[in-house]
Design a protein around this ligand. Structure first.
Ligand SMILES: *Cc1c(COP(=O)(O)O)cnc(C)c1O
Length: 404
């Protein structure tokens, strides 16, 4: 198929729910992608943070090929070695105290499981989430998600969700009632604009939840698996949640959601109370086990930490040069550049120069590159970003500044 036909077919046969880039990608390797014409791009999007180990990592590809020859599907009601091997690798690296994992297929599903587990364990029905939060778009996860643009058309949602300002412990305290089951929070908000909470916030949440007998759920679907410079972002603060949601990056590019919980908390789920047909699929588990090997062997969290530091320093130079940049923030290789104006033009300009960048709202450039990206590739990204911001800065502004 040629590019034009590919685009036409996708547009004709799928709902118009994605803001699409004018781009057809054919192949990927490490931090690079190639389009149908063989044009090369440095990928700072990673399929929305999925490609932590890079595209088509040989260890992942081999694990998938080997498993594909043996067994492709096996329901959770039957044991299989691929799943068992994966769990044996996963559980020792999850935060101390989290002992059981429910396997599903996506971020939203990992959140849905967390909500059900929290309700069942506490016998309570209310949740506290945050302004700017993103937890997915299925009905339960959407109820925890903040953005009115996603929520309003589908109301009424699951009742009992309150959203309080991110980073403000006193607002959480004020929202707690005797029906509160859990607080659900991203250790760094992703879709909400790469928001890093104030120092001590997660620790205060932990103390508050302990004091009030409420569960603490961390949604690390975007921050997890090395992205922020630690295997899990909660490890920056030493805080362990009662339930941890993972997805996006955990299976080397394949779909996997994981809800990890304390032994007693997960124990609340009784026979038949939650399940997933595809969850724990042997092919996905083989890829996920290989992804753990790669993340550890290549010390990807440490890599994210040091590369992120260098990259942010360069972005900070750009910020100081151009008025349109308001702030550079993030941790590891999860970085946002907040601008004073709509960033759409800059995304397109960067793509035309061979760099794919993501947005996080209308005025934040978001960088989620594969953690295997090279220093040289990131230097090139920094140069391109400096150039496109410089061009945008030189344009006459003031007509329609993006509302933050
Ligand atoms: C992407 C994301 C989700 C939803 O994941 P899906 O796989 O798209 O359902 C949930 N929480 C966070 C923090 C995310 O970034």
């Amino acid at each position: 198929m040629d590019e034009k036909e590919i685009i036409e077919v996708e547009q004709q046969f799928t709902p118009n729910t994605y803001a699409r880039k004018n781009l057809v990608i054919e192949r990927g390797k490490g931090a690079l992608l190639w389009d149908k014409n063989g044009r090369e791009y440095i990928d700072c999007m990673s399929a929305y943070g999925v490609a932590v180990v890079g595209h088509c990592h040989p260890t992942i590809v081999k694990a998938i090929k080997d498993q594909a020859e043996i067994l492709l599907s096996c329901h959770n009601s039957i044991y299989t070695e691929a799943r068992s091997q994966f769990l044996k690798k996963l559980m020792p690296i999850t935060p101390t105290g989290l002992k059981r994992a429910f396997l599903s297929n996506s971020g939203a599903e990992s959140v849905e499981a967390a909500l059900k587990i929290a309700r069942k364990y506490t016998g309570k029905t209310e949740f506290i989430a945050f302004v700017g939060a993103f937890h997915g778009k299925t009905m339960g996860a959407l109820s925890a998600t903040w953005n009115p643009r996603y929520r309003t058309p589908f109301e009424p949602l699951v009742p009992g969700f309150k959203h309080v300002p991110y980073g403000r412990t006193e607002a959480v305290t004020a929202a707690i009632t005797d029906k509160t089951a859990a607080v659900i929070v991203e250790p760094i908000q992703g879709e909400g604009g790469i928001k890093v909470p104030p120092e001590g916030f997660l620790r205060e949440l932990r103390e508050l939840c302990d004091r009030k007998n409420i569960l603490l759920v961390f949604d690390e679907v975007q921050t997890g698996f090395g992205r922020t410079g630690k295997l899990f972002a909660c490890q920056h603060s030493g805080v362990v949640p009662d339930i941890l949601c993972l997805a996006k990056s955990v299976a080397g590019g394949l779909p996997l959601g994981i809800t990890v919980a304390r032994e007693d908390v997960m124990g609340a789920l009784k026979l038949g109370e939650h399940s997933s047909t595809f969850g724990g699929n042997p092919l996905i588990c083989a890829a996920a086990a290989a992804a753990i090997d790669v993340v550890l062997a290549e010390a990807l969290p440490e890599r994210a930490e040091s590369l992120g530091r260098q990259f942010m320093a360069r972005l900070e130079e750009t910020r100081q040069r151009y008025k349109i940049v308001r702030e550079v923030r993030g941790r590891g290789l999860m970085i946002g550049v907040e601008c004073r104006f709509d960033i759409y033009n800059m995304l397109v300009a960067a793509q035309n120069r061979g760099v794919i960048i993501l947005d996080a709202g209308r005025n934040v450039l978001r960088f989620l590159p594969p953690l295997v990206i090279s220093r040289e590739q990131l230097d090139k990204v920094a140069s391109v970003v400096d150039m496109v911001i410089g061009e945008e800065d030189a344009r006459p502004h003031g007509a329609n500044p993006a509302s933050a």
